[in-house]
Ligand binder design. Sequence first.
Ligand code: ATP
Length: 341
Amino acid sequence: MGLPNKGKIKIATLGSHSALQILHGAKQEGFSTIVICEKGRERPYESYKVADKIILVDDFRDTQKIQRQLLEENAVLIPHGTFLEVFELKEFEKLKVPYFGNKGILKWEADRMMQREWLKRAGLTLPMIYNKPEEIDGPVIIKFYGARGGKGFFLARSPQEFHKKIKEREARAYIIQEYIIGAPIYIHYFYSPITDELEVMSFDKRYESNVDSIGRIAAKDQLDMGLETSYNITGNVPLVVRESLLPQVFRMGEAAVKASRTLDGDGKGLFGPFSLETVLTPDLKFYVFEISARIVAGTNLYMNGSPYTDARYGEPMSTGRRIAREIKKAIKDGKLGKILS
Ligand code: ATP
């Protein structure tokens, strides 16, 4: 495990995904901040002034250069969605820069079947998985491995439809999952291993193209145009849930944390920000179709806090700021070893 030196700790992340929020929150908590940007993509970080230092690299995959610079800066690295996209898991696990979160959990998130095992152990309700296309007997969604942001996913209702559509796509590993009809709800959690407390920070729903705009076109025209739904994420929309659902929301988050301690050897499990991605059916049952073991981009809506964090903190508390506050507390209590890996 990498631990920073005793000196002043800085907060660093990659310039993408939720970096604005992470760095903004870190500054609110009094940290110096660093953003690593690919050349030509630094404009937002200059403009919003959330980074005290911008390190430019030709490519995020230049991990050795990034590592060297961050070790020199005595930085703690805050991961977000872009990390798993650009780094090979093995290479990432070897990074020596102190990392906020548990690297041991990443492989459980990265593999769709391992992730399923985790969620099952937590006792959560999951969409069914079809082992063979021939078993398809209702609406299904076909998901490709490593397809961040739902790119290329498609729907089918029968083995024939599946075979026709898969032929039109390049060969890649996929899973066939029951398609759940309901309201998509993304729950943003934060679990502190220092206080052993789970917080529900906020919720969002996604704005996906073209599935969120297809309803603007009459069904007949959709058929005439031969439209296919796609789930490419373009943004996020804020959401609060029926208050009576909150007890269940807390229970689900706590169950995911508890089950995570049975996954990796050291029992540290999941901590920091994470998200359960759910569909809520008309009979108010949450189906969890994915877990993200890190900050999700939907939290970017709440740079200034959400209604829930407002109730708890009474001051603007984004997930990015909550991370920085956890690091600050860990420094004060001498517990950095509990939150870094
Ligand atoms: P990310 O890793 O960014 O969360 P992904 O590529 O793993 O994305 P998912 O989040 O699994 O993709 O799915 C993309 C979208 O497809 C979801 O936002 C949701 O709208 C829809 N979706 C996924 N699974 C189901 C399901 N079982 N039933 C209904 N809709 C689903």
